[in-house]
Design a protein around this ligand. Sequence first.
Ligand code: GLA
Length: 689
Amino acid sequence: MTRHAMALGGAGLMLGISLLAVQAQDLTGELPDPPAFAAQSEPNFVSISDILEFKALPEYHEPAWVTSKYVDTGKLPPVAERLPKEPMVYKTANMPDGIGVYGDTMRHVIGGRPEGWNYIGGQSQGWGGIDIGLSECLTRTGPLFEVKADELEPMPNLAKSWEWSEDGHELTMHLIEGAKWSDGVPFNADDVMFYWNDNVMDTNVSPLNGATPETFGVGTTLEKVDDYTIKWTFKDAKPAQYLYAMAYGTFCPGPAHILKPQHPKYSSNTYEQYKNAFPPEYMDIPVMGAWVPVEYRPDDIIVMRRNPYYWKVDEAGNQLPYLNEMHYRLSTWADRDVQAVAGSGDFSNLEQAESFVEALKRSAEDSAPARLQFGARTIGYTLDMNLSANGWGEPDARATSVRELNRNLDFRKAISIAIDRQRLGESLVRGPFTAIYPGGLYAGTAYYDKASTVYYPYNLGAAKGLLDGLGLKDTDGNGIRNYPDGGSDVEITILADTAYGTNTNLAAGVIAMMEPLGLRVIANFQQGAASDDAQQAGQFDWEVRRQGSEMVSVVQGTAALAPTGPRTSYFHRAGSDGTVDLLPFEQEMVDTVNAFIATSDNAERTELMKKYQKLYTENVYSVGLTQYPGALIINKRFANIPEGAPIFMFNWAEDNIIRERVFVPEDKQGNYELHPETLPGAPGSDGVM
Ligand code: GLA
């Protein structure tokens, strides 16, 4: 058209430009509804008080071998003395298969590798449910998928109850009293205060899963009242929202009696030494979770045994967990699917769309060892563009130029409409799974509003026009656009995690779709922790990222919905001066998210999230790629798996299914325990007692 217009001379040229301008103004289109795909089971919705309570029971029990081999021989105090005054009691009526029996193992397979055991110091344990199982947090949210919507609030956990002051600025929490770490040392407010003062407030430390002071609100303070009471003070009145931040993964204290002596404030260690003070070979790190690591073989397996001090019981007084052992095979995420379907593994979150067809086929057979159940579309991917022009990640000249482009709306729009999302989704899997994802909250979730979602459909021609308009033209004829005024080729790197085929497949798709647009996008594919580290350090131009729970639930991880603090966003953080160079629409997003946090009025919250969705999608805050459902695969021998448990909502399924309550009926128990009839040894010892 441009050439034709030029042939018409001046008037034609003007007409051409004005047409282009009109086109540039309205690139929006009708967003197709996701293909129908019903979740295969629905939760039984209950109240939190139907699930659990805290109370003393007349008697307590444990596996018979624990009594005979450990209590009777004087190695352990009796179970009643190991439990807190009022343990957490899971109610039988909420247990799908009722009170369980002891024994057996859950054989997980994971694609990550442990950096070490210092979770609050920032080390990853390899994911796949390891850290979820080791960590107990002030509150708990994974199981909320089955809590009635109008009663939704975080469940008590290490904090067994709480109350707000009259003016709503103070929140007093009561910790579980008399509970012990897995080595028998009392858990109390000092553990909580060590986490807060020396790991969250000390910004030299970056706890895994990203807790920062702003995660709990600017200006928030926390103090110890007594051994079992802590008091929060907030700037806003009654920001109940922060109770979600007190769940996994941002308020799960570590064992102060072990970690504190290694912290730079109390030792001559550097922060790096503190972080790395508990390598994977260090066994029996004290935990509040149900199982303790007792064996580690690199690239092979992590084995955990039951925590003899675990502080949760069933209504008959049986100390939990029911399962004696946990395995984490150190393999690949794709192998997790394969093994779970084949029965050599027990559990998988089927989340890589490339595996769907094969997994579905194998699980449909009557003789299949595992059941596979699809949930809602809660897995979603974005192409994040680094929006920091303030030095975050110390970009060189090339990367600095890319950041300037990233901060330009026409540029982000051009990238967005150069991506054919239909084709991208189908390149992962055909069928009714993937849906076009314009970014923002996922279709089908509570706060999603289609009318507030701005969709810019695939339009390569218009994308080219937008880049032309920015003066990015191929001036040297090599097929790649150049920066204006004889500048160099526009070269952009794209970070993706090779631990997941889906991440690199999507990134490869983006790279291919940028080629006809005239942008050279270069793969920066890194494995697991290296990829996470590059992201955390801000060392990327673009990244393909599987999104967090904030996009599904909104109430979990809320602070990450926008750059609400210096380190709360995944792709826009503070530079060396500690400030974030917010774009005007980002400031509006931040204000909207903060207003959401400050109110608990549902109607107001709904309106605020409509506004958020509009700001996000209209401004292409991040480029949505695809969203699709995942399936929980679990071996058929396990009982007490809740109906309708999603693989990802407030948390991952490893939390959602309440593993400490899961059991295997006696006649179905396998012979999988590697350390039968043993318990964890002393911290830092070489395994079992
Ligand atoms: C990884 C896996 C998820 C889930 C989480 C748990 O991210 O990909 O399926 O197991 O770990 O932390």
